[in-house]
Design a protein around this ligand. Structure first.
Ligand code: MEV
Length: 325
């Protein structure tokens, strides 16, 4: 049997703007997706017959990326992420599936997280009508703290480049990593799920048409760019108060892009009482918010009281890896 785990991700700064080449900063989180596969007499997923049309990310990896035509597989998927909620569950699924299949087919060859991130990005782009940045897949593959941007930002370490033809034109991204300072141990992320799912493709398409109708909103993208760079400087220096302020400022700009929701607003407001900063994370429109705090238990409690489902994580969990049987 081959088993692999890939973490979910949480975007601290720059969602939506990153689709247009502005920078985004994301961290891998403790929760993620585990996939196990073994040969079997029939194709099954979770014990039921596998219907490839209902699982586009899995079938993309099996059929198009690996062009697998071997014996039928029995596949098990365990996820500790809320799905369609901004935590990169589909990227984690692609990466874990790709890693498990790689280990099943080529057990002697070590995993290549960059190759997995590229495979996952092509699956995401297909699922999001051609508009997807490599943020989710790269963060889940590489782990730690990942900076995705049109050009490399000073103080980051370059890992690889990605490109995509989107409906708005050709896009190129530089994918980089940042070492988080050791004294960040007292900082926690508390993610709050609104309970409303929100398809990323729809939210990204909504922002694209809003920008076409109101070109003035480009200013919000530039503001997010500026906030993201300031947030990254603060994070690299371990200045948690400034990271929190940048998160609050980023949320305000995302509100103006029309991607917040009353449920997200309720959770962000509740969490801010005990947090250094809070914002929606991912595509918005529902899904999740995230708070940065030194008091994760208290923030989780207020999120629960405000009607959300909390999840506590460190900043920067390890990336995709194989698991022992
Ligand atoms: C989704 O996690 C983040 C977005 O910026 C879309 C993308 O980067 O592909 C909204």
């Amino acid at each position: 049997m081959a088993r692999a785990f890939a973490p979910g991700k949480c975007i601290l700064f720059g969602e939506h703007a990153v689709v247009y080449g502005h920078p985004a900063v994301a961290v891998a989180i403790d929760n993620g997706v585990e996939v196990s596969i073994e040969e079997s007499e029939r194709w099954t997923l979770e014990g039921l017959p596998f219907d490839s049309s209902r699982h586009p990310h899995i079938s993309h990896i099996i059929d198009e990326v690996f062009q697998y035509d071997g014996p039928s597989l029995k596949m098990e998927v365990k996820s500790s992420l809320f799905s369609s909620a901004g935590l990169g569950s589909s990227a984690a699924l692609s990466n874990a599936m790709g890693a498990a299949l790689h280990s099943h087919l080529k057990p002697e060859r070590p995993l290549d997280p960059i190759e997995l991130a590229r495979m996952g990005h092509s699956a995401e782009a297909r699922a999001q009508q051609g508009r997807a940045s490599p943020t989710d897949t790269a963060t889940s593959a590489l782990g730690g703290c990942v900076v995705v941007s049109g050009e490399q930002i000073e103080g980051t370490r370059h890992v690889f480049d990605a490109s995509l033809t989107t409906p708005e034109g050709e896009r190129e991204w530089s994918i980089n990593v940042v070492d988080l300072p050791e004294d960040l141990e007292e900082a926690w992320l508390v993610i709050g799920y609104t309970g409303d799912t929100s398809p990323t493709g729809k939210m990204v398409a909504g922002v694209a048409s809003l920008l076409k109708e109101e070109p003035g909103l480009e200013a919000e993208m530039s503001a997010i760019d500026r906030i993201t760079r300031a947030g990254l400087t603060a994070l690299s220096a371990g200045n948690l108060e400034a990271v929190g302020m940048a998160m609050d400022a980023c949320h305000e700009r995302l509100q103006r892009l029309g991607v917040s929701s009353p449920a997200l607003e309720g959770l962000v407001e509740a969490a801010r009482q005990h947090a250094l900063g809070a914002k929606l994370t991912g595509a918005g429109g529902g899904g999740c918010m995230v708070a940065l705090t030194k008091n994760p238990k208290r923030v989780a409690e207020v999120i629960e009281i405000a009607g959300g489902r909390p999840l506590i994580s460190r900043l920067g969990a390890p990336g995709v890896h194989l698991l022992e049987n």
